[in-house]
Every structure is written in C-alpha cells, then in structure tokens.
Design a protein around this ligand. Structure first.
Ligand SMILES: Cc1cc2nc3c(=O)[nH]c(=O)nc-3n(C[C@H](O)[C@H](O)[C@H](O)COP(=O)(O)O)c2cc1C
Length: 183
C-alpha cells in the first residue's frame, strides 16, 4: 500500500512544478525559530523527482534564511483538498551559492519576470514602515535559492473507503523505504 501512496505523492509534486494551478504549488514551509516553530506559505519553484529535492525562492534578508543557516532542518506541508491528500516532507535545507550554474539559471528566470520586485526592496522584508510606499533598488537583488532535500515523507490519503497513511524514509544508501501506518 505505501508504494501506491508514495507514487501518488511524488507524481503530484512533479505535476505541481509545471501546473501553476496545482494545489501543491503553494505549500507551508516550517523552520526552527529562536523562540517558536516558524511557518509561512511559499511557492514550489522546482521539484527533482529523482533526488526528491524541491526549490523555493526568497529574499536573502528574510528570517527564514537566517533560521535555515542556524538549523537546516525544515518541514514542508502540502494539501490537495479535492483529492484529500496530505504530504508532509521533512528535509534538510541548503542555501544555494550564487556562484553556481543552478543559481544563475533561476536568477535568470526571475529577472525576466515581474516577481523580480519581490527581491529588490530597499529595506529588508519585515522592516517597520510608516507609509504604504515601498521603494525598490534598481541595481541590487537579494535573491536566494533554497534547496530542500527530503529525508522523510508522511503521506495521508483520506477516503470514505478507509484512510491510508504511510511513512517513507531515505536510508543511508539513499534508497527509500516505506511503512504503512495507522491513519
Ligand atoms: C500565496 C503566498 C505565496 C508566497 N510565496 C513566497 C515565496 O515563494 N517565497 C517567500 O520568501 N515568501 C513567500 N510568501 C511570503 C511568506 O509567506 C512570508 O510572509 C515571507 O517570506 C516572510 O517570511 P519569514 O519572515 O518567515 O522569512 C508568500 C506568501 C503567500 C501568501
């Protein structure tokens, strides 16, 4: 049973990277903050279904970047309401160096889209401001590419016929081993 749930979860994540309307396109990213667990919505920018790595973009000055550099353990939560499918992914996050080809490829995509603004505010995201006006830099971009490499999945499929749940863990030899769980 776990294999079917696993295949479904991976195929939905793979679809979400190309289908802008897929419910997995937005997910909740959890990091370990100094005082509390921290959660926020982010966009799934890419998913490598062989390596089970996902990618997201952010402003390099945001607290999540600092939190990840202090503790790379993160959780990603996806929910597909129509299919009643929940995927929880535990992962190790890495800030991809701006010296890599991967970073340059994603930066290029951002530069050719309107979302470039998201990474060019003069003041850092979360800064207290008096008015509603936001100023943007023209010559500087605080773009960060974050990679989350999965270590464990918890997949739950609700169904009138009976809920199904499994855990799939990456072992030391990097193969994936699953177990059925009581939902
Ligand atoms: C629909 C939606 C999508 C979002 N996508 C992103 C994203 O891809 N990257 C990002 O850094 N913030 C995104 N945000 C904003 C974050 O939820 C969050 O407010 C911001 O990144 C600051 O997070 P932090 O202070 O915990 O670092 C999104 C918010 C919403 C509502």
């Amino acid at each position: 049973m776990w294999k079917d749930l696993w295949d479904t979860a991976i195929s939905e994540l793979t679809r979400a990277k190309v289908d802008r309307r897929h419910p997995f396109r937005f997910f909740t990213l959890g990091t370990i903050g100094a005082q509390h667990p921290e959660l926020r919505t982010v966009v799934l920018r890419d998913f490598d279904n062989q390596e089970k790595k996902l990618y997201l973009y952010t402003d390099s000055r945001t607290p999540k970047v600092r939190e990840i550099s202090e503790c790379p353990l993160v959780s990603c939560l996806f929910y597909y309401p129509k299919k009643q499918l929940q995927v929880r992914m535990r992962a190790e996050a890495t800030l991809i160096s701006d010296q890599t080809d991967l970073y340059s490829q994603h930066l290029q995509k951002v530069k050719s889209s309107k979302s470039i603004q998201d990474y060019t505010t003069i003041e850092a995201p979360g800064t207290i401001t008096k008015g509603n006006d936001v100023e943007y830099a023209v010559d500087h971009i605080n773009f960060a590419l974050i990679e989350c490499s999965a270590v464990e999945f918890d997949i739950l499929q609700l169904s009138r016929k009976g809920h199904q749940r499994c855990s799939v863990v990456r072992s030391k030899d990097r193969t994936w081993k699953g177990k059925n769980l009581i939902p």
